[in-house]
Design a protein around this ligand. Structure first.
Ligand SMILES: NC(=O)c1ccc[n+]([C@@H]2O[C@H](COP(=O)([O-])OP(=O)(O)OC[C@H]3O[C@@H](n4cnc5c(N)ncnc54)[C@H](O)[C@@H]3O)[C@@H](O)[C@H]2O)c1
Length: 337
C-alpha cells in the first residue's frame, strides 16, 4: 500500500512551481469550487479549467477554459503541452449511481481517463491529484472506524475503478516517479453546484428541498450512516495534500479523510433546528441503498492527521448552519410555502 517514490519524484516538488495547474471535470460539484480556490491561491492565470461539457457563459469566471475529453490521450497531451501544465487535479469521472447504470462507460471514463492523465503526467513530469472515495471499500471491509489499510473488495463498478485507480497511481509513482497523491473522499456537501449522481446526493438535495418546500423525500433509509464532509474542508484537504512534504507521506493513493458520520434522520433533526416545520419521509431507492450498505459508516482518518496535519473545520452543526445561510441567498421558497 505504501508507494515507493523514485528519487526523481523530488524534483517535481510538493508545491506547484511556475507551471500551470489543469483541472479536469472542472464543471462538476467539486471543480466548481476547486477552480476558484486554486485561482485565489495560486493566481487566476495559473489555473486551466477543463470539462467534456461546454462551459456555460459566466462572465464572472476568470481564467482559461479548455473543452477536453479525458478518454482522448492526444487531447490531454496537447493541453498539457500547450499550457505548460505541471499539476493535474483529475476530477472527471462518473459517480457511483450513474456508473452502476452505465458500467461500460464508467470503466472507459474512470479508468481510461485516469490512465491517460497518468501517461501525460509521466511524459511531462506533472504532479497528479486523484480523488478516490469511500466507494473503494466494500461489504467485507470493517464498517466502523474503517482503517487506512484494510480489505478493499468493492461490489460496484465505481468502487472497482476507485481501487484500481489507487493502484494505478501507486504504480506510476513507484515505477515512473510520478508524484501522484489521492484522498478517499466521503460524500461531499456543497451549495455551489449540484452533485453528479452519487449515493450521498441526498445530503445536498435535502437542503434545497427544506428551504423550498419544507419537505424532503429521502432515497436512503433513515438510519443509513455514511461519512460526509463539507466542501470547504474537502478543498483544503486536496490542496493541503498536494502541498504536503512528500517525505512525510506514507500513503499517497489514497488517504482516508472524513469530517462527520451521519444518517438522514440525524441530518433532518439538525435542519429542523433552523427550519422548525421541516418534514422528511422515505422512499428507498434499492440501487442506492444497496451501494450505501456496502460502504463504511465511519472512516479512521488518523494517517491523514498524522502525516500532513489534516483536520476538518466543519462538523454536522457548523456545516448545517453554513449551508442554510448560503442557500437562503440562492433558493427562494415558493409563494405561500
Ligand atoms: N462529490 C462527491 O461526493 C465525491 C466523493 C468522493 C469522490 N468523488 C470523486 O471526485 C471526482 C469529482 O466528483 P464530482 O462530484 O465533482 O463529480 P461530478 O459528476 O459533479 O463532475 C464530474 C465532471 O466530469 C465531467 N466529465 C465526465 N466525463 C468526462 C470526460 N470523458 N472528460 C472530461 N470530463 C468529463 C462531467 O461533465 C462533470 O462536469 C470524481 O472522481 C468522483 O468520483 C466525489
Amino acid at each position: 500500500m505504501v508507494a515507493s517514490i523514485s528519487k526523481d519524484a523530488g524534483q517535481y516538488g510538493s508545491t506547484p512551481g511556475a507551471r500551470r495547474i489543469l483541472v479536469t471535470g472542472a464543471l462538476g460539484q467539486i471543480g466548481s469550487e476547486l477552480v476558484p480556490a486554486l485561482r485565489e491561491h495560486y493566481g487566476a492565470e495559473r489555473v486551466v479549467a477543463s470539462d467534456l461539457r461546454i462551459m456555460p457563459l459566466r462572465p464572472s469566471v476568470e481564467g482559461a477554459y479548455e473543452h477536453l475529453d479525458c478518454t482522448q490521450l492526444q487531447q490531454i497531451l496537447e493541453v498539457v503541452r500547450r499550457h505548460d501544465i505541471g499539476t493535474v487535479y483529475h476530477l472527471a469521472a462518473l459517480l457511483s449511481a450513474v456508473a452502476e447504470e452505465k458500467p461500460h462507460a464508467a470503466w472507459s471514463i474512470n479508468m481510461g481517463g485516469l490512465y491517460n492523465v497518468l501517461e501525460a503526467a509521466r511524459q511531462y513530469h506533472c504532479q497528479v491529484f486523484f480523488p478516490s472515495s469511500i466507494g473503494a471499500f466494500g461489504p467485507s471491509t470493517p464498517r466502523e472506524r474503517t482503517p487506512q489499510v484494510t480489505i478493499q473488495r468493492p461490489t460496484t463498478i465505481y468502487g472497482v475503478t476507485k481501487v484500481a485507480g489507487e493502484l494505478l497511481c501507486d504504480y506510476y509513482a513507484g515505477r515512473f516517479g510520478v508524484d501522484s497523491r489521492g484522498l478517499r473522499l466521503p460524500g461531499l456537501i456543497s451549495y455551489v453546484a449540484l452533485p453528479g449522481g452519487g449515493t450521498t446526493d441526498y445530503a445536498v438535495e435535502i437542503f434545497y428541498q427544506a428551504l423550498r418546500y419544507r419537505h424532503y423525500t429521502c432515497f436512503l433509509r433513515p438510519d443509513a450512516r455514511l461519512d460526509m464532509m463539507y466542501m470547504p474542508d474537502a478543498i483544503r484537504a486536496m490542496i493541503g495534500l498536494m502541498e504536503a512534504d512528500a517525505a512525510r507521506l506514507r500513503y499517497r493513493n489514497a488517504y482516508n479523510v472524513t469530517a462527520m458520520s451521519i444518517t438522514p434522520a440525524e441530518l433532518a433533526d439538525e435542519i429542523r433546528k433552523h427550519v422548525p416545520t421541516f418534514a422528511i419521509d422515505y422512499q428507498v431507492d434499492h440501487l442506492r441503498q444497496s451501494i450505501a450498505d456496502s460502504w463504511p459508516c465511519s472512516l479512521d482518518d488518523g494517517a491523514a492527521r498524522e502525516d500532513w496535519g489534516f483536520a476538518p473545520r466543519f462538523d454536522l452543526a457548523a456545516m448545517t448552519a453554513d449551508m442554510l445561510a448560503r442557500l437562503r441567498e440562492k433558493v427562494q421558497a415558493p409563494k405561500g410555502g
